[in-house]
Design a protein around this ligand. Structure first.
Ligand code: ZN
Ligand code: MN
Length: 156
């Protein structure tokens, strides 16, 4: 599935007139592989063995391009920085306010729900919409345990 996501993403880039360079492919591949929602420093560290001399500036520029082309989104980190996420498969997030963990939530209804909200956003705001992100904030299961606030009711 990761390989499929990569080849689809590269195809989409080519369609949009973007030349595929090694750093673009390696960074995209890394973001597809991990679910940590890494910072630029984490990305640098994670691809160091493949591209040892890549500067942070180059990584930033590549990420900016991937964000422009709607393959990657930026998420706010709780320290004010930015975290990056492959968004070739749209999903939403639950973000822990205590430890900063970001959890992916894939919903079969996501695309449909977003279409409805997007239509409403366009109608009510007049904006030319370029992206959508949905986030829930709260306490992750681990932090609920740590803080003695276990309210996690998993409905099965
Ligand atoms: Zn947490
Ligand atoms: Mn995500």
């Amino acid at each position: 599935m990761a390989e499929e996501a990569l080849s689809m993403s590269l195809k989409s880039l080519r369609h949009q007139g973007v030349r595929i360079t090694p750093q673009r492919e390696v960074i995209l591949d890394y973001l597809i592989q991990v679910d940590t929602h890494p910072t630029v420093e984490m990305i640098k560290e994670g691809i160091e063995h493949k591209l040892p001399n890549l500067s942070v500036a180059t990584i930033y520029n590549t990420l900016k391009l991937l964000v422009d082309k709607n393959l990657v989104i930026e998420l706010p980190n709780n320290d004010g920085g930015i975290r990056y996420d492959f968004f070739g498969v749209p999903h939403f997030h639950a973000i822990c306010e205590n430890c900063g963990k970001i959890t992916d939530i894939f919903s079969t209804d996501y695309a449909e729900m977003m279409k409805v909200l997007r239509k409403e956003a366009v109608e009510k705001s007049g904006y030319l919409i370029s992206g959508t992100q949905l986030e829930f904030t709260g306490l992750c299961p681990e932090c609920q345990l740590k803080l003695g606030k276990s309210v996690s009711t998993k409905s099965k």
